[in-house]
Design a protein around this ligand. Structure first.
Ligand code: HEC
Length: 102
């Protein structure tokens, strides 16, 4: 009798451990963060310039300044310190650096 209860129990444990390994908490890439938060004003290529947003393809801004403006905001652009973690802000800032080359 015990054998019949035990086997499915072990199987269930194995399956739940396995799926835990396969689905770690999803991390967004810089591109995804940009799509989710920035395209409204900057556009997918960075050149939309809604509400006076700067053309990110032409920006000469250094990475530290970008991180600062994304964190704290400037004029019409709101800061993202409440919405994004510092790691995500760094990733999306790095992504904006790549828009220039496209
Ligand atoms: C509400 C519209 C809006 C959103 C959303 C927005 N921006 Fe902006 N962004 C602006 C505006 C407007 C400026 C120009 C600010 C100024 O200097 O007056 C700007 C400027 C910038 C600059 C500086 C460019 C330069 O050379 O001066 C960077 C970098 C930037 N945005 C990145 C981002 C990123 C990354 C996101 C998403 C996390 C984002 N922005 C979301 C409106 C927006």
């Amino acid at each position: 009798m015990y054998k019949f209860l035990f086997a499915p129990g072990v199987l269930f444990l194995l399956i739940s451990c396995e799926s835990g390994v396969k689905n770690p908490k999803k991390e967004f890439t810089g591109k995804e963060i940009f799509k989710n938060n920035c395209v409204l004003c900057h556009g997918i290529k960075g050149d939309l310039m809604t509400n006076g947003a700067k053309d990110l393809r032409l920006s000469e801004m250094k990475i530290e300044e970008r991180i600062l403006i994304i964190t704290k905001g400037r004029n019409v652009m709101t800061g993202f310190e409440d919405k994004l973690g510092s790691e995500e802000i760094r990733k999306v800032a790095e992504y904006t650096m790549t828009l220039k080359e496209q």
